[in-house]
Design a protein around this ligand. Structure first.
Ligand SMILES: Nc1ncnc2c1ncn2[C@@H]1O[C@H](COP(=O)(O)OP(=O)(O)OP(=O)(O)O)[C@@H](O)[C@H]1O
Ligand SMILES: [Mg+2]
Length: 497
């Protein structure tokens, strides 16, 4: 009914952070200038609030960052004495609070016995650090407790970077040595039944709060274990918040809602850390509560709110090289699980073929993300994933399959000022000869930058009044909402200057 597919009926860690040093840091129409200015101002205010929060958090731990070598020596001495004194296996049987109390008493005794001179606040810091080492994830704990950090990147024991407000910064967090770091990595991955060592030095895992973890250990990583954590925010971002952050306009968000509610098949494309998974998660808020949704991920990051959700996760091979369950296996299995929608966290291989097939065969409203620099590149990447997957299909057939399955590509970008924007809402309209035809419905145009180096730009409709998914929107009684959003997003042409 909707031109392409058959049946619409089958719709288918800071609190004590260290002081940080920054190291990185068309003739479209014009939106009503005051609106643009208003949106930009709101986004800037929000950014300023975030910066103030970060500064406060950083100030709180500045003292911690300025610790002397002496602090670390004292900590090592006390730590060694503690390990000689306590029975770790007994400690493990206690609840966290009792274990903390036990450690606190013993550390105070050791400090008194060894005549170590420390101020009360140093002693408190030391106790906190030691408790974190024994009971938690050691030096990572203060970073994990902060909610303003997007990524934690540990490059061996001596260097830890974080990403805050879109910018990468170095911290003074450090581990005793690579052995301590490796033990922490082990502790993390063992929580999800995986292991990391010289024999299997690469491992994906996740923290109990849903943060995504990747570990790559020596000998592959030359300067010590490298741990990367994509922190998952406790306050899940919604489309409404993306509007407040200036990632998209209210009209653009309304278009996205229609896209998700009317069960368009969607690909979210973008660079690394651009906000693809976050946007995918936002879109899933607009899936029906009566739908059976199956998610397939390498490390479960998505947090769907619907009651009827089945979450699947891939599995790496064991030490004998057996037992691997790939993304392709999961997507194929999904098809036998009576899904109404399939959501693939990240499409990066031959599973692209199976996802397209699912989209084509009654599982409308399926979604996935993929790494690409533009919506067009997203299409060619899908094609090459299929080709490289060993499917001996003529390229025209693959393209027909792509254009028959994907309705909309939403492209996200992390801008050079650290902000994230939806830069394109592009629909796939069909084929002309051998070429897949796409048309942008909404685009983000960069107009310049302000005195603080922040990008000024605007989201503007390209003037498409009736996108290809109009009929689909009408079928779901969303045509008026779509018309209103498109109307509001369209603006008059910029006068020549
Ligand atoms: N629109 C946004 N505004 C502000 N922060 C955002 C926005 N979108 C995402 N983020 C933050 O950016 C970080 C990266 O987001 P996300 O995990 O969605 O990126 P990704 O593109 O999926 O990354 P990857 O390529 O590593 O999978 C997260 O901490 C997230 O909270
Ligand atoms: Mg992602």
């Amino acid at each position: 009914m909707f031109g392409k597919r058959g049946s619409p009926e089958a719709p288918g860690f800071g609190a004590k952070p260290s002081p940080v040093v920054a190291v990185t840091g068309g003739t479209a129409a014009v939106l009503d200038a005051s609106r643009v200015a208003g949106d930009e101002a709101a986004a800037r205010r929000l950014q300023q609030q975030e910066q103030a929060k970060t500064a406060a958090a950083n100030a709180a731990t500045a003292a911690r960052g300025r610790r002397s070598e002496n602090y670390y020596d004292v900590k090592s001495t006390i730590f060694a004495a503690l390990l000689d004194t306590i029975d770790l296996s007994q400690l493990a049987k206690l609840d966290i609070e009792s274990a903390r109390e036990e450690i606190r008493d013993i550390v105070n005794d050791i400090i008194a016995l060894k005549n170590i001179v420390m101020s009360i606040s140093e002693q408190e810091d030391l106790l906190e650090d030691i408790c974190n080492d024994v009971l938690g994830l050691g030096p990572l704990e203060p970073l994990l407790a902060r909610d303003d950090i997007a990524d934690i990147m540990v490059n061996g024991a001596g260097k830890t970077y974080i990403e805050v407000a879109g910018k990468v910064q170095i911290t003074n967090i450090r581990f005793r040595d690579n052995t301590q770091l490796m033990n922490i990595c082990q502790r993390i991955v063992s929580q999800v039944g995986r292991r990391v060592d010289e024999a299997s030095p690469i491992c994906d895992a996740r923290l109990p709060d849903g943060s995504r973890v990747n570990v790559i250990a020596p000998p592959l990583s030359i300067d010590g274990p490298t741990l990367t954590i994509r922190k998952f925010r406790k306050d899940k971002l919604t489309l409404e918040q993306l509007v407040r952050y200036g990632t998209i306009t209210p009209e653009g968000a309304a278009i996205l809602e229609v896209i998700a509610e009317s069960r368009c098949n969607v690909l979210v494309s973008g660079g690394t850390g651009s906000g693809k998974t976050t946007l995918l998660n936002c879109l899933t808020f607009h899936m029906g509560h009566d739908e059976r949704i199956i998610t397939c991920e390498d490390a479960a990051e998505l947090q769907l709110q619907q009651p009827h959700v089945v979450r699947l996760e891939t599995r790496p091979p064991n030490i004998e090289g057996e037992g691997e369950v790939t993304m392709r296996d999961l997507v194929r299995n999904c098809l036998r699980m009576r899904p109404e929608r399939i959501v693939v966290g990240e499409v990066r291989g031959p599973e692209a073929f199976d996802l397209l097939q699912a989209m084509n065969t009654g599982h409308d409203g399926s979604m996935g993300t993929l790494h690409a620099n533009s919506p067009r590149e997203a299409l060619s990447r899908i094609e090459s994933m299929i080709t490289m997957g060993g499917f001996a299909l003529p390229s025209k057939t693959i393209r027909e399959m792509i254009s028959g399955s994907i309705d909309v590509i939403i492209h996200v970008s992390r801008m050079r000022d650290g902000s994230r924007r939806i830069t394109h809402i592009t629909e796939v309209t069909g084929m002309e000869g051998d070429v897949i035809i796409t048309q942008d419905i909404l685009r983000y145009d960069i107009l310049g930058e302000d005195a603080n180096g922040r990008i000024i730009g605007r989201h503007a409709s390209t003037g498409i009044g009736r996108p290809g998914f109009w009929e689909r929107a009408r079928y779901y009684n969303l045509d008026k909402k779509l018309a209103r959003a498109l109307d509001a997003a369209s603006v008059e042409a910029e006068p020549a200057r």
